[in-house]
Ligand binder design. Structure first.
Ligand SMILES: *Cc1c(COP(=O)(O)O)cnc(C)c1O
Length: 470
């Protein structure tokens, strides 16, 4: 039984229409749209990001019932609160079952510290969780509309492969992926470039932030309307909703009666992962804090400290390369959740409630040296193999515990998110620990296939011409 005041009422079509959750733009200058429109548009026409105007609440009994459910069942349960008026429950449960056909291990490391491993999907990063379900939902809506779409996506490494893998072979969908040529590993590149077919890959002579800018420009370019561009980046709301689910899942596996004080440490770059957690909490999940763990690109931890937001451009190139982001696109959404307005240039048009932000988050910036030390210590002390992003998150928990007056002394359960498989960073691991982690089956087949991609300068006109020509 649900006890949602906003959603209770009669049945039937009128009920569905009245209760459709609308999505507004963070720039507040575009009309509100349905989920399917927000999903297929990607970016709002005023350059803002779509956000649900209402975040549905899940009651405690339902959250507790997740303890005995499998991952895909929890996904259906959580997401139906958002989607039930646009996708019927049976279809949604089939899409979730199909998307989440892999393990999601929760490992107890010490009495209170745990790791949530989000690295068992087909491309071995947490991006699979969002990409696989988003692809299936997009395909469901597109098939109903009988139209063609081009998915244009920038990647710092893992989004590209997860998106390429999730959309590979789907009819009427072309995928174009931009990646920073010098900042992704060979394995990450091969995961995208060996698929071919409807997947086209472009190496940009620039940074991830440059790729992201090119993509955003293309979305706002009216002369490209004929190719129906949409985004699979975390600017797309369709990426964020599936990322609320693993927070409920981890909580259901670890929180105990009398100790539901959960702290998540989220290794953050573009802050899509963190947005998933924040929405989960807004839906009713009991989370006492989020630790924002970044590498040296610490614009958000600095903002928490000083109240001044300064973009880092160009971003620092760190070993946790998927987090080399100097201006996270999802920050506008976080600011919106706290009553502020931030435009796409990172300028605060209206200040959010920073005191509330400071209460909810703890920011930790972790250097490469600390990241390497953490990998080494975790392995030697606990026998646990982390990769650079997961190590940044783990170190974030330690920093939280070391901080005096942070409330760290309370009775907390810590959950550190491991966002990629160590084998994706085998050179780095070998350098630190002296051995090469063994490849999961999904990555083994990738290494010996031939690659196909083109190189392009960081120049919007060149990208536009390419898109129009192909
Ligand atoms: C993308 C990525 C991140 C950062 O996630 P955001 O949602 O962009 O903050 C962290 N770790 C890995 C391995 C990633 O691929």
């Amino acid at each position: 039984m649900e006890s949602l005041p906003r959603e209770s009422g009669g049945q039937g079509v009128g009920f569905m229409k009245r209760n459709l959750i609308k999505y507004y733009s963070t720039n507040l200058k575009a009309p509100e749209v349905s989920f399917s429109e927000a999903l297929l548009k990607g970016l709002a026409p005023d350059g803002g990001l779509y956000m649900p105007s209402i975040i549905p609440k899940i009651d405690r009994d339902e959250i507790l019932s997740y303890r005995s459910k499998e991952y895909h069942e929890i996904a259906t349960g959580v997401l139906s609160h958002f989607l039930k008026n646009e996708i019927d429950d049976l279809t949604l449960s089939e899409l979730c079952r199909d998307a989440y056909n892999f393990d999601v291990p929760v490992e107890k490391i010490t009495g209170v510290k745990n790791i949530l491993r989000l690295d068992q999907g087909p491309t071995a990063s947490f991006k699979d969780f969002a990409a696989r379900l988003m692809a299936r939902i997009m395909y469901f809506f597109m098939s109903a509309r009988k139209c063609k779409f081009t998915i244009l996506t920038a990647t710092s490494g893992d989004t590209g492969s997860a998106v390429a893998n999730a959309f590979h072979g789907l009819e009427n969908i072309d995928v174009v992926i931009l990646f920073p040529y010098y900042e992704v590993s060979v394995m990450q590149r091969k995961q995208m470039t060996t698929l071919k077919g409807n997947i086209r890959v472009i190496a940009i002579d620039g940074k991830f932030d440059d790729c992201q800018q090119l993509v955003k420009k293309a979305f706002l370019d009216r002369s490209l309307v004929e190719i129906s561009l949409t985004s699979a980046n975390s600017i797309n709301i369709g990426r964020l909703l599936p990322q609320t689910v693993y927070y409920f899942y981890a909580w259901s596996r670890l929180a105990e009666k009398g100790n539901e004080n959960v702290v998540f440490s989220v290794p953050s770059g573009n802050f899509g992962n963190l947005m998933g957690g924040l929405m989960a909490r807004e839906m009713g999940l009991s989370v006492s804090r989020f630790i924002i763990s970044t590498n040296r690109n610490n614009e958000v931890p600095e903002y928490l400290k000083t109240g001044i937001y300064k973009i880092i451009a160009p971003s620092y190139n760190c070993i946790s390369s998927a987090m080399n982001v100097g201006h996270p696109s999802n920050l506008a959404r976080i600011i919106a959740m706290y009553g502020g307005v931030m435009n796409e240039k990172g300028i605060l048009l209206k200040a959010p409630d920073i005191e509330r932000i400071r209460k909810d988050f703890f920011g930790a910036s972790v250097t490469d040296e600390e990241t390497r030390n953490t990998i080494s210590q975790c392995y030697n002390k606990h026998g646990v193999l982390l990769e650079p992003h997961g190590a940044v998150a783990w170190r974030g928990i330690e920093a939280f515990q070391e901080q005096k007056g942070s409330g760290a002394s309370g009775n907390h359960i810590f959950i550190s998110l491991e966002t990629a498989h160590p084998a994706k960073f085998s050179d780095e691991i070998k350098g630190i620990l002296g051995f090469t982690p063994s490849l999961p089956q999904s990555l083994k087949t990738t290494t010996d296939k031939t690659e196909e991609y083109i190189k392009l300068e960081n120049d919007y006109i060149k990208l536009k011409n390419y898109l129009l020509k192909h």
